[in-house]
Design a protein around this ligand. Structure first.
Ligand SMILES: [Fe+2]
Length: 189
């Protein structure tokens, strides 16, 4: 289950329905896919895509996505820091950012048109769709690992376009769902 923090209001949402309803007001689609399919989190990418083929086909039909793949990053991934450094600065894409989380954790920050900054911590079973043009940035959590199905309308649109608004500099990336500690140490990438 995701955690959502509305930073300006210091308010945290933990109920799935409340999260989905609130994120809709921010233009973000959030769904919880339960039950997830019986496929191991470390299964081959093809196996995961096959297990979720019905959901993937539905998303493709809804959003005009033409390809799906599985992104798999962890501490052992070569060049992880450089890869993540591209996405932990506020940016937008000319492409929706659609992720269904298979394992691990991630922290999206959304900078809404109304000027609010919303942190969305995602984990296995969470689907998030950040529409094209949305200002956002992304960090890993303390486990430094995420595996997710991605969908694309056109992979050329995936290039991050930076805003340089500075909003990302004012937010510490805090994850709540990873460790037994009340507050996960921030991962500054
Ligand atoms: Fe992005």
């Amino acid at each position: 289950m995701a955690f959502v923090t509305i930073l300006d209001e210091n308010k945290r949402l933990v109920d799935g329905n409340e999260i989905a309803a609130y994120l809709t007001t921010c233009g973000i689609n959030y769904e919880r896919w339960i039950p997830a399919h019986e496929v191991a989190a470390d299964a081959a990418a093809e196996e995961i895509l096959r297990a979720y083929s019905k959901e993937i086909d539905e998303l493709k039909a809804q959003g005009g996505y033409v390809t799906a793949d599985v992104i798999d990053v962890g501490p052992e991934t070569p060049g992880l820091e450089q890869m993540l450094a591209k996405f932990n600065r506020e940016h937008w894409h000319d492409e929706d950012e659609v992720r269904f989380i298979i394992s691990g954790h991630g922290l999206f920050h959304i900078h809404t048109r109304a000027g609010q900054v919303v942190a969305i911590e995602v984990e296995a079973g969470d689907l998030i769709r950040v529409p094209r043009g949305t200002w956002h940035w992304f960090n890993l959590c303390g486990d430094r690992r995420i595996r997710a199905i991605r969908l694309f309308q056109d992979m050329a649109g995936w290039t991050p376009l930076y805003t340089d608004s500075g909003a990302d500099k004012n937010c510490q990336p805090l994850c709540f769902g990873v460790s037994h500690l009340p507050y996960e140490a921030p991962v500054l990438l």
